[in-house]
Design a protein around this ligand. Structure first.
Ligand code: ATP
Length: 515
């Protein structure tokens, strides 16, 4: 746990030092749970967006994009259920005065028990070696079974209390499990209360209920209200999807853990409209495809796991999260939800407009069902950065910090480094830069020793460093250094584009995705 915290701390300070993420309005001591992306952060973020957009929109002829406004007619949020039900159950510890989400306290408790099980399995593996059958061990070991039963009991009580909005029941469960406040260590808890997460503001100069509007808490509703506009103008046929990337706002109760939980964040959401009755087929389809999208980045497949939702949101008939092993442990990265026809039906009812599709094959109109994929851009950013961040001790005993960011997402694809600042080397280097710049973001650096410059590029995750020396002037070759292996190779300038594109081009990454 301590090591995990330190890792997050190291990551936060590295992100700040190199211009990835700054605390927002830092000169005024910052604003809680709000962050700004710096010069390199903006590049990385844009690249993540591009990867998502290309994979979802460009590679699917039946998915199109949208860019809807953040402000929406207030009735939207009545219809969607957010005004009445977009709540988190919160609880305060009277000694530390810290506020928590009651459901998160319970989930953390469950996770601790789960970790006990994993430790038991690891012990078994050590004891029995190759002959160890993990599945059998899990099915028969008394300690594992006892803990598994504990988890199931807690989950059962939590699900029933949350579903019935039984806040006293939620509190009782926290008391019965003897959950303590991580800060004060005490069990002195307040009641559990509901708290609406939407930010509201006023439109124009007139105050009062009629002019209250909300900052959207999800981008999805902008897609639903435009369902017919897009379907008609794009002549879309079911099944089809609408994708959108944009800001969302939530007045989170507990906003710690860096960019994992912010009050202003960005979502990449896609709503896929299908025939009623076919939603589970598409739900499975999107689960598989989205997992592939993540794994294709090569951050390590063991860093992901699925979590099926116990308590379904008011609109869903199936839901799961793709969880990622962040520095704080496994947490939600993406949600995949089968939202039924709830949203479109609600908007039909509140707007009095029909939101239906005439299916020529069935010769009938219906309100489509929806399968949603929703991934947090900032959480994706944190996932990439935390997998990439590595401190290494080299053979000569020196240390380096390297960001092993997937090449296609790296802020700069290559650094162009003249060995020295004279003899025409800078001019030659700039010539190479001018050529590569047309396709890739590259950086020129002539300051300090070449070793120091390599370290700087390692620290910002540049996959290739290209050094221009005196031989370059004679035979048009350069050395190209690989960030991860640190091996250097002498190649012709004319081969550079090919070498870079083999690792860092969209074509390469997208073709891996569909193969
Ligand atoms: P959580 O349980 O962590 O609060 P959620 O289930 O409320 O998340 P969704 O409503 O499913 O989240 O939103 C879809 C995605 O948006 C999440 O998977 C997550 O990646 C991202 N997201 C949600 N809330 C935040 C936040 N406060 N900061 C950053 N990203 C967020």
């Amino acid at each position: 746990m301590e090591a995990q915290k330190d890792r997050l701390k190291d990551l936060i300070s590295h992100a700040k030092e190199y211009g990835f993420v700054f605390p927002s309005s830092e000169i005024y001591d910052g604003l809680a749970a709000t962050y700004d992306y710096g010069q390199l952060g903006a590049e990385l973020k844009n690249n993540i967006k591009t990867y998502w957009w290309k994979a979802m929109v460009q590679l699917h002829e039946n998915i199109v994009g949208l860019d809807s406004a953040i402000f929406m007619h207030p009735t939207t949020w009545k219809a969607s259920g957010h005004v009445d039900a977009f709540n988190d159950p919160l609880i305060d510890n009277k000694d530390s005065k810290k506020r928590y989400r009651a459901d998160v306290l319970l989930e953390d408790h469950i996770e601790k028990i789960r970790q006990k099980i994993e430790k038991e399995v690891e012990k078994g593996l050590k004891r029995f070696g190759d002959a160890f059958d993990a599945a059998q061990f899990r099915a028969t070991n008394p300690n594992v079974l006892r803990n598994q039963e504990k988890i199931e009991q807690i989950e059962e009580r939590m699900k029933s209390a949350l579903e019935q909005n039984d806040l006293e029941g939620v509190r009782q469960l926290i008391i019965d499990l003897e959950i303590v406040c991580p800060i004060s260590g005490s069990k002195n808890w307040t009641e559990v209360r509901q708290f609406n997460l939407m930010f509201s503001t006023e439109l124009g100069s007139v105050a009062g209920d009629a002019s209250t509007i909300y900052l959207r808490p999800e981008t999805a509703q902008g897609i639903f209200v435009n369902f017919l506009n897009v379907q008609k103008s794009g002549r879309m046929k079911i099944p089809f999807g609408i994708a959108q990337i944009g800001k969302a706002f939530r007045n989170e109760i507990v906003a710690r853990q860096f960019i994992f939980r912010m009050r202003e964040f960005e979502q990449m959401e896609m709503q896929f409209f299908v025939r009623p009755g076919e939603e589970m087929k598409w739900y499975d389809y999107w689960k598989t495809l989205r997992t592939k999208w993540h794994q294709n980045l090569g951050l390590g497949n063991e860093r992901y796991r699925f979590h099926d939702h116990l308590k379904l949101a008011h609109y869903a008939n199936a839901a799961c999260d793709i969880e990622y092993n962040f520095p704080m442990g496994f947490k939600e990265l993406e949600g995949i939800h089968s939202r039924t026809d709830f949203d479109l039906k609600q908007h039909e009812q509140f707007s009095g407009k029909k939101l239906q599709f005439f299916d020529p094959e069935m010769n009938q109109s219906y309100v489509p069902y929806v399968v949603e994929t929703s991934v947090g851009l900032d959480r994706m950013f944190l996932a990439v950065l935390s997998a990439a961040y590595q401190e290494e001790t080299l053979e000569d005993g020196s240390e380096r910090v390297v960001l092993k960011i997937p090449a296609v997402l790296a802020p700069y694809k290559a650094a162009i480094l003249p060995l020295i600042k004279k003899d025409g080397l800078p001019e030659k280097a700039r010539e190479i830069m001018a050529q590569l710049q047309l396709e890739y973001s590259v950086q020129y650096d002539e300051k300090d020793s070449i070793g120091k410059r390599y370290r700087r590029q390692d620290a910002i995750g540049t996959p290739f460093s290209i050094t221009v020396d005196h031989q370059t002037l004679e035979d048009n070759t350069v050395t190209i250094r690989d960030r991860d292996t640190m091996t250097q190779e002498r190649i012709a300038i004319s081969a550079l584009e090919h070498v870079i594109s083999d690792k860092a081009s969209w074509k390469r990454v997208l073709s891996d995705l569909i193969s």
